[in-house]
Design a protein around this ligand. Sequence first.
Ligand code: HEM
Length: 408
Amino acid sequence: MASLPAVDPSLSLYRLLDPAVLADPYLLYGRLREEAPVVWDPYLHCWVVTRYDDVLRVLKDFSADRTPSPEFMRALGLGEIEPLAAVMVKQMLFLDAPAHTHLRKLCSAAFTSRRVEVLEDEIAAIADELIDRVRPAGAMDVIRDFAEPLPAIVTAHLLGMPRADHQQLKAWSADFAQMLGNFQHNPGGVARVVKSLADMTAYFRSAIRQETRPLADGLVKALVEAEVDGARLSEDEVIANIIVTMVGGQETTTNLIGNGLLTLLRQPAKMAELKARPEVMGSAVEELLRYETPSQHTGRICHTDTVMGGHVIPKGAAVMAVMAAANRDPRRFADPDALDFDRADNRHLAFGWAAHFCFGAPLARMEGRIAFRALLDRLPGLALASEKLVWRDNLGLRGLTALPVSFA
Ligand code: HEM
């Protein structure tokens, strides 16, 4: 392998561990895009790619099969992570064709647009109910009171699990997301996540086996019954892909609502514009997804020696595609740091691209539209109650720990 280029440490993505950089990563992303658009990051031990065209190419062409096997983890002396690896290697997010195509086809059969459409009234009712609860107080923490429970209740409904379980589903999802979104070693957290994974696996196994009640209509039942070309999913495959859907559906949507509302609160003229022009809500949600991308980056493996940005990325190298940086690339988006609800041709990469393009995008978009509409229409005088904001220490799934607001 050719020697790896020297890198300026101030350009490492590890700098996201600094709370100030995490609060506004766009300066770092901008420097990376201009000074080192394709760069070997020795601290992360992977290549980092930040320009739109390059990120697109990585998402289209590189391999998603990046999760080390349970055996490999054991050989590394990281046996405690084995149960996580055992689940992740069965999740569609980490598979290439043909295994990925087969799994995704079975899951799509269970995740039809009709299934999403019928949720619309349900989601609007949940949003109203959550706002009814906080309105008399004139203040709320948007994350705790709205942005977390809304997708959690919707997810319970989508899966066909009892609504009363939504807090438990949320807690499990948050634990799993710690592993998905982060790249820093966190030995203290592993035991909790492994325990949480064992509990949620037992919960879904019991549901599938109908040990306490018959399966209600929803994604779990549909996945158990889905059949394409005479093939069905194994019980372990159903559980692994329910988990990825459950985590994908909650953490990111919470962050779309939280990050999006913060953006509007910080730009009152844009908030006023959105109130005055309800017809642009659909494109506003797209713009908020581009501007404050909830899922900031994803990983791939380079499939063959590839020349990119003047470097050769060798076959087998890990690559991090930073969608959040690509979404602010001035080569692709005019005036990328401005929020523009009328932006034409807004083909952002917030939902990824190509084979792994987000499965739940239609649902996420609908939840976003309903959530912003409800917050803006029903809470007049919405304002930030504190400028002291703490971002979650999840470097990939960008979101706030709390968003305190007041309203009239
Ligand atoms: C704002 C909300 C959301 C965002 C920003 C988002 C983002 C993403 C991204 C970037 C990917 C591709 C990752 C990659 O290529 O490595 C993805 C895949 C996925 N998402 Fe979402 N997502 C959201 C909501 C949802 C919802 C609501 C669900 C389900 C209910 C969901 C389920 C999935 C699944 C199952 C995959 C894997 C697809 C595959 O591998 O073929 N997501 N999502």
